[in-house]
Write a protein that binds this ligand. Structure first.
Ligand code: GCU
Length: 333
C-alpha cells in the first residue's frame, strides 16, 4: 500500500512530539505502541500489562510507551507508521489488515466461525494463524498475537433490524475492508466505510443510519447514546491483531525475543479475561443507562445472504482453502 501524505505528515508531527516527550534515559530504546481504544478498554489494560512486563524485565534497555485513543492516528495510519518503523507496534482490526495483506480476508468472512468457542480454538491454533500472521513480512510488519473483539452486530438510530430486508436503504458504517463492503452489498444495505473515530459524529449528524460492532462500541464509544436498537445477527467475529515492525522485531536478541514473546502471550491472556467482564458491563450499561433495546433476530436469512462471499474469497485466493478447511473442523466440534 502507498504511504499517504497524511502519514508523512503524522510521521513529522510524531517525530517532534515524541522527541519532546520521550523520557527514557539515553541508553534506553523507546518502544511505541499505538491503539484506537479508550484507557478503560481491555486492549489498553492488556497493553499496560505488556508495558510493565517488558519494562520490569528489560527496563535497562527498553522503555515501552502505550498511546491510546487514536493519539497516533487512525488504525490505517498506525499500520503505515508501523510499516515504516516510525512506531514499533500497533493494534489493528483484522478488517483493516486485509488491505495490507490479502490473506487476512479469511478472518473477515461473515459467519466463518460457528461459535465463540470455535473462533477461540481456531485463533489459538498456529497452523491456522501462522500463515496469515507471517504473510506481511514483505510489507514490513508481522502479527504477533490476536485479541478478542467479540461479535459484530448491526445497530441503528431508529430502525430495528429483524431481517436483512430491514437494512435496505440504510447507510451503515463498515470498516475500510473490501470484504465488509461486499458483505453489506449482499445483505442489501448501503456500506459507508470510515475510520472508527469518525463514527460517533456521523451517527449524530445523520450521515449514517447505523453501524456494526461489538457491544463496547455502544458504551465505550457512546454509540448507544444515539443508536437505540442493537440486533444480534452475529455476522462476524473479527479479531484485533497486535502487529510489530519487522526491523525492530529482528533487532531483538534471542533472550529478548523470548521475553517479548511472553509479553505477547500476556496481551492475549489479559485482554481475553478483561473482555468477558467488559462485554457484560457494556450490555448492562447499554440497557439501564442508554436504553438500548437488544433484538435477537433469526440469523438464518443473514447467513444465507452472506454465504456467496465464502465461495468468492476462496476462488480468488485458493491458498486460503486449507486454512478454511481447518476452521471447519473446529466448527464441527
Ligand atoms: C472494534 C475493534 C477495533 C476497530 C473497531 C471498528 O472496536 O476492536 O479494532 O477499530 O471495532 O469498527 O473500527
Amino acid at each position: 500500500m502507498r504511504i499517504s501524505k497524511k502519514v508523512v505528515y503524522l510521521f513529522a508531527v510524531l517525530t517532534s512530539v515524541l522527541f519532546m516527550t520521550g523520557c527514557g534515559t539515553s541508553h534506553q530504546r523507546i518502544v511505541r505502541i499505538g491503539h484506537n481504544q479508550s484507557t478503560n478498554h481491555p486492549t489498553h489494560i492488556a497493553l499496560i500489562a505488556f508495558r510493565d512486563y517488558i519494562n520490569e524485565n528489560l527496563g535497562d534497555k527498553y522503555l515501552v510507551e502505550v498511546y491510546p485513543s487514536e493519539l497516533l492516528g487512525s488504525q490505517t495510519d498506525m499500520v503505515q507508521l508501523t510499516q515504516t518503523g516510525a512506531i514499533d507496534y500497533c493494534i489493528a482490526s483484522n478488517a483493516i489488515l486485509e488491505t495490507f495483506g490479502k490473506n487476512y480476508e479469511i478472518f473477515n468472512l461473515p459467519y466463518l466461525f460457528s461459535s465463540a468457542n470455535s473462533y477461540h480454538m481456531a485463533m489459538d491454533d498456529s497452523r491456522i494463524t501462522g500463515p496469515i500472521f507471517s504473510s506481511t513480512e514483505k510489507a514490513g510488519f508481522t502479527a504477533v498475537t490476536w485479541l478478542d473483539a467479540g461479535t459484530r452486530n448491526f445497530y441503528t438510530v431508529n430502525k430495528p433490524i429483524e431481517t436483512p430486508n430491514d437494512l435496505k436503504g440504510l447507510k451503515i458504517r463498515v470498516q475500510q475492508s473490501p470484504t465488509n463492503i461486499e458483505m453489506m452489498r449482499l445483505l442489501g444495505g448501503s456500506a459507508t466505510p470510515m475510520g472508527f473515530g469518525e463514527v460517533y459524529t456521523a451517527l449524530q449528524a445523520n450521515i449514517i443510519d447505523g453501524a456494526e460492532n461489538n457491544e463496547m462500541a455502544l458504551t465505550d464509544n457512546g454509540h448507544g447514546d444515539v443508536c437505540k436498537y442493537y440486533s444480534y445477527d452475529m455476522h462476524q467475529m473479527v479479531p484485533d491483531i497486535l502487529i510489530g515492525n519487522n526491523e525492530f522485531i529482528h533487532s531483538l536478541s534471542p533472550t529478548e525475543q523470548e521475553i517479548f514473546q511472553k509479553g505477547y502471550k500476556l496481551v492475549n491472556q489479559i485482554e481475553r479475561q478483561e473482555w468477558v467482564k467488559a462485554v457484560e458491563a457494556a450490555k448492562e450499561k447499554a440497557v439501564s443507562q442508554q436504553h438500548v433495546q437488544f433484538i435477537y433476530p433469526d440469523q438464518a436469512p443473514f447467513v444465507a445472504a452472506c454465504s456467496p462471499l465464502h465461495q468468492s474469497v476462496l476462488q480468488n485466493n485458493p491458498s486460503l482453502q486449507p486454512i478454511y478447511d481447518a476452521i471447519q473442523e473446529y466448527n464441527k466440534k
